[in-house]
Design a protein around this ligand. Structure first.
Ligand code: YNC
Ligand code: MG
Length: 401
């Protein structure tokens, strides 16, 4: 019944369903800065607010530990996201990051970190409007403190801290249905190491198939096929950012990247940090960058398994291709299939077990041909204090970590 969400500046299911064609994009309410509280609200007795200092390795590790044990699991509690400390450094210290938006709750007596929520500043374009907003992520409450209405307290506190900084809108993604998504994507998975995925219970053996046939189905060539494919280098930055910006203009909703943000989200030699891999295609004659793709590393813990303790998953991140501007959908489909097949080969070489993608950007063009299978998870995209007509097709969204 959404007792908390009913009180928040988000559109109701009813209005989003009934007035779809009449919705004018814009803020839901004006925030009067003078009325924003200067101090956090009182917490439950025995707990206290803390601002985490993620520049301190020990505090970063505390956040890692909390998430490692208590963050998002699948419906059957077989797998749990395992964001690494270097991933958290990358995701939580994006340009303009504020310490105040790394909010923790500690048990007063033990000092133990028992809850967390975070935000980073981003520029988000929704159709023609660019919102200066926060992206909220990593909301987590210790399992022993669940269902005590602590989540709304954390959400209200991060909201207050955004308002204090003059930020009145936010974007966030959640697996659960809340009022009211602006877009909904589905997860797709492409096996790279089918046998392991079968062993851990991630991939079923389809009725009438054999293990051997499954292994063959997911076999990939040894070498990539696109001429001019190589890792992103410093000299490519300007061209790739320009290509990415033009490509994302085709979407109804997308993050706007500036140079500094590009450098952060697509670091060079990042494979060393084991977080994000970025590649370009340089045309061998013109020397122009024609395509770009990237994926990031997010492992999942396999809960209580004897043989395997984790799945190594690559997640398709951003990509862009000049072919998108040729006004030829068939050519775009062919090009994306070539690029993503190479991405699969590179991910396999880097020892990933599975390659994941959402139904966003132009992904529907290659998911089936590249043997991705639909997962059972949805990812809903939400805007806070911003009403927007639902995105068409539900495929234009930020490929957020
Ligand atoms: C959730 N994920 O509906 P109602 S995603 C938002 N996002 O409220 P309690 C959520 N709301 O229905 P628990 C939510 N999950 O009565 C639950 N809720 O209106 C709502 N899981 O609170 C829920 N991480 O404390 C209900 O629930 C109320 O103890 C119930 O805690 C929830 O990071 C949670 O999935 C998720 O750690 C913390 O289950 C806990 O169950 C947990 O009794 C595992 O809360 C980890 C997990 C969530 C990942 C994420 C995005 C979060 C977005 C939050 C909304 C941000 C709004 C914008 C703020 C900035 C504004 C500006 C400017
Ligand atoms: Mg709770």
């Amino acid at each position: 019944s959404y007792e908390f969400w009913k009180t928040q500046p988000v559109p109701s299911f009813e209005e989003m369903a009934s007035d779809k064609d009449k919705i004018v994009d814009g803020p839901i309410k004006e925030i009067d800065m003078d009325r924003v509280k200067k101090e956090p609200s009182e917490l439950y007795p025995g707990f206290e607010w803390v601002t985490m200092d993620l520049e301190e390795e020990q505090q970063l590790n505390e956040v890692y530990d909390l998430l490692h044990n208590h963050y998002v699991e699948d419906g059957e509690a077989m797998f749990r996201f395992r964001y690494s400390p270097s991933f958290l450094n990358w995701a939580l210290k994006a340009p303009g990051w504020k310490k105040e938006w790394h909010v923790g709750v500690r048990a007063s007596q033990s000092g133990k970190l028992v809850a967390f929520i975070s935000g980073i500043p981003i520029q988000l374009r929704v159709r023609e409007n660019v919102l200066n907003c926060s992206e909220i992520n990593f909301l987590c409450v210790h399992k022993k403190l669940r269902s005590k209405r602590l989540a709304p307290v954390l959400i209200k506190e991060i909201t207050r801290r955004c308002y204090v900084n003059g930020i009145f809108q936010a974007v966030y993604t959640v697996g659960n249905l809340l009022p009211t998504p602006v877009s909904t994507c589905r997860y797709f998975h492409r096996a790279l190491n089918w046998e392991k995925l079968y062993d851990v219970g991630f991939s079923p053996l389809p009725h009438g198939s054999t293990k051997q046939r499954q292994v063959v189905r997911y076999k990939l060539p040894e070498a990539t096929s696109t001429p001019g494919l190589r890792e992103l280098e410093a000299r490519d930055k300007e061209a790739v950012l320009d290509l990415l910006q033009r490509y994302l203009k085709r979407m109804d909703m997308a993050q706007e990247f500036n140079k500094e943000e590009f450098d952060h989200w697509f670091p060079l030699e990042a494979a060393k940090e084991q977080v994000v891999w970025s590649y370009v295609i340089e045309d061998e004659e013109t020397k122009k960058i024609t395509d770009f793709f990237s994926f990031y590393n997010l492992e999942s813990t396999v809960i209580g398994h004897k043989k395997h303790d984790r799945i190594k998953a690559a997640y398709l991140f951003y990509y862009a291709t000049e072919t998108a501007f040729e006004d030829d959908e068939a050519a775009l489909k062919v090009r994306l299939n070539t690029l993503i097949k190479d991405a699969l080969i590179l991910a396999k070489k880097a020892d990933f077990d599975v390659f994941n993608a959402l139904t966003l950007l132009d992904n529907p063009h290659f998911l089936e041909d590249q043997r991705f299978g639909a997962g059972d998870g949805n990812l809903h995209y939400y805007l806070f204090n911003y009403r927007a007509a639902p995105l068409k097709g539900g495929i234009d969204a930020r490929a957020a970590p």
